[in-house]
Design a protein around this ligand. Sequence first.
Ligand SMILES: Cc1ncc(COP(=O)(O)O)c(C=O)c1O
Length: 489
Amino acid sequence: MSPNDNLPDQNLDPKDWEAMRQLGHQMVDDLIDYWEGIREEKIWRPIPDEVKTFLDQPIPENGQTPEEVYQEFKEYIFPYNKGNVHPRFFAWIQGTGTPMGTFGDLLASGMNPNTSIGEHSAMYVDRQVVNWCKELMNFPSEASGILVSGGSMANITALTVARNSFGEEKIRQKGLKAASAQLLIYCSVETHSCIQKAAEIIGLGTDGVRKIQVNERFELDTSALRTQIEADLQAGFLPFCLVGTAGTVNTGAIDPMAELLEISKEYGLWFHVDGAYGALAKLDPIYANALQAIEEADSLAFDLHKWLYVPYEVGCTLIRDAKKHRDSFAITPNYLLREQRGLSGGLDSINNYGFELSRGFKALKVWMSLKEHGRAKYAAMISQNNRQAVYLGELVELHPNLELTAPVSMSITCFRMIYPGLDEEALRELNREILLRLQEEGIASPSSTILEGKFTLRVANTNQRTRMEDMDLLVREVLRLGNQIITQG
Ligand SMILES: Cc1ncc(COP(=O)(O)O)c(C=O)c1O
């Protein structure tokens, strides 16, 4: 008899299920109140030192009641949210989320399946969502795909397949030493940093990335691209992949997709599209043409937590050639054997299409969202964001103390305040101070960037709660704060 035999069985379930039910209902009520009233709330508030201290304590040795834990959440965590649920959140490129998407996550977490292998419903939901992603992007039904945490993972997944599919070199098996020279990826200087990170991680190094200059609209300059490819071929390098961006993170610029597709065919390059932000703008008729060629890409990465407004995290990689995709990741150790029947039966393991073995049921929030609203509603919402960006651009152009710092593209408007007699440095300080006050006073949250040396207020709108009137308010407040700062000297 072991000394433990007399210990009572324990578990982590509530002692009082009824109390837990009530607490759960309270949490849902609080969330609904939060969303319903969010427009009247400050978008952001600074975190007091006392809260930071509270959130910097050693691990508790003993537990508290669920009610106490929830109370602490309400006091120390809930009020200091980032703000991307708010109608005037325009920083970086971050989606708003939706109530149904949130409940999808709640249910997924409650079911808690590891959605990687086995015969269970989550696997089929996941497959259906990937198929819907193919439909959204007009990819062939034989293409493959995988849901991942976001755009960065979606891009590295695609670039890994691109690298492993290069020539007859068997890079997956032999590593990069199988290639006779340095492999090169081409993209523009405006490409998201995750492409460079991915190249570094998959062994190409920073030197394996050729960043091509852009034109005045911040789109990849194709004649510079051709010149660079020719020079690299002459020098004995191995160009293998061309990355076009469907909506750059800085300004929303769309690289000339049709031309990039042509160039990739001409030089035998893998054509990858980073559409993390903008691929879904395909649903807006105004952008459908500019984005048409992404349908023919070898691979495409896009985020659902941005412009499908699904709660964090979920992105998607699509690969035209499913075999190449599977050949890049498939591996079947003894403990992951598939059977014809039973729990280990069913669909091909999702782990055969990506790096992660443990995967949550992130497909459910997407499935529920698409079922709730349908494709047409998303198309309307994306068009609405694009119109709001154009409207903001018009307001900027109408005012003598404001100027656009980039053409409005998709749902990103970049502008700044200008003022007679202020030099570049003073303008930078003025606009930086406007930005900080907008955030600190809880009015709106644009973010910033620097475009051709100009410090810029960057309004990136993938927000399902924004109204046209928010654009009027934003401009009014920028001018009010700007004038206040100038008056204060
Ligand atoms: C064009 C582009 N690519 C990649 C990413 C990275 O996506 P994620 O933040 O989902 O990893 C972003 C994020 O804003 C992006 O805009």
